[in-house]
Design a protein around this ligand. Structure first.
Ligand SMILES: Cc1cc2nc3c(=O)[nH]c(=O)nc-3n(C[C@H](O)[C@H](O)[C@H](O)COP(=O)(O)O)c2cc1C
Length: 338
């Protein structure tokens, strides 16, 4: 580079979403049934720069369904936080935005254009929008006009391998006023099978002025760096990889900043994490619902440790009360402290 020349801005530096600054590069991805307020609060101290709620039905909100509004609960800990809506009709979405703005405290409104589940796509919502790009742009423009919060969007590569259209859709959504785009680098038809293909979004981040976030099989810091480099993305989304492995968030941020990984946690430390998360979830959901959810989530904390199968069987079948569950976790922790 010539002397005096200003170096080009690195794609990693785009860390502002419509005026909301981010302090890191790792986004906690929305996961239905998982990314409760308690989960977001538990994950935050590991270095989450931005959290998302699970997808919230705009119809559920506009029918004043109490459970639906519960998904929009936030706190001062999980900030900045985006609430994610899914819908198919701007009238419902507009009403849902009014309800969120009146009753929820949040920073960003996210639109789900990636859900592949048939119950959702058959209504025209989720990834079905990617089959109708012109309608999608009009919908997004109307949402951007309606929302007083910055709007972001989460998409896939396209509907199927013969209709990959993310490279056209992403710049058009920026034009429509979206302030950050996340791409899960699979098609809707793939759902969660096969491998994500980040080459389909090669350099997309450099073609946008807004930040790009990449998603799909991010299980290690290498996965994160690889996906970000291919796509020129400034952000990376941790979803399944963070289940039972909260230090993944820290390790990815460290890798981006050129710092070493944390030493792998001991089983006792993971039992401590599992206990902490369990207590937070019980506080949010109450004992009965928390136990049901925890039976599904806690085994993830022990993946890869010797005796995993036995631990998984114990945690997913035996606990009928929070006390049972806590005793099991304390047992794992204390046995392994010796
Ligand atoms: C159980 C589960 C629920 C999900 N729910 C949502 C959701 O509500 N909204 C959304 O945009 N993506 C959702 N996703 C997709 C994730 O946010 C992420 O994009 C996807 O899992 C790919 O990342 P990963 O392979 O690193 O997990 C969900 C994924 C899983 C596994």
């Amino acid at each position: 580079m010539e002397e005096g020349q200003i170096p080009p801005l690195s794609f990693m530096d785009k860390l502002n979403i419509g005026g909301i600054p981010l302090t890191g590069h790792v986004v906690l991805g929305p996961m239905a049934g998982v990314t409760s307020l308690a989960y977001r609060e538990f994950m935050k101290p590991f270095g989450v720069a931005l959290s998302y709620s699970e997808m919230i039905s705009d119809c559920g909100l506009s029918y004043h369904n109490k459970k639906t509004l519960d998904y929009a609960k936030t706190s001062h800990i999980d900030r900045p936080v985006g609430l994610q809506l899914f819908g198919f009709d701007i009238r419902n979405t507009a009403q849902a935005i009014e309800i969120l703005e009146a009753h929820a405290d949040y920073d960003i409104l996210d639109l789900n254009f990636g859900c592949p589940v048939q119950k959702v796509t058959k209504t025209g919502a989720g990834s079905a929008w990617m089959k109708r790009p012109l309608d999608l742009y009009q919908y997004v423009r109307m949402v951007v006009t309606k929302s007083h919060k910055p709007v972001t969007a989460k998409l896939r590569l396209g509907w199927d391998s013969t209709h990959i259209n993310i490279q056209e859709i992403a710049p058009a959504l920026e034009e429509a006023g979206v302030k950050m785009i996340t791409v899960h680098a699979r098609t809707a038809v793939q759902a969660y099978s096969g491998k994500p293909d980040f080459h389909q979004i090669a350099h997309l981040g450099s073609q946008l002025s807004i930040p790009l976030c990449v998603s799909g099989d991010i299980f290690t810091p290498e996965d994160a760096l690889n996906a970000m480099k291919i796509a020129d993305a400034s952000l990376v989304m941790v979803a399944r990889g963070g289940l039972g492995n909260p230090e993944l968030v820290t390790n990815i941020e460290n890798a981006i900043e050129g710092k070493p990984c944390l030493p792998p946690p001991s089983i006792a430390k993971d039992a401590e994490y599992a206990l902490r998360f369990s207590q937070m979830l019980r506080k949010e959901k109450g004992e009965h619902e928390a136990v049901l959810i925890l039976r599904g989530l806690l085994p993830h904390f022990f993946t890869g440790f010797p005796g995993y199968k036995k631990i998984r069987a114990e945690l997913s079948v035996n606990p009928h009360s929070f006390d049972d569950l806590q005793k099991l976790l304390l047992g794992i922790r204390d046995r392994n402290h010796l």
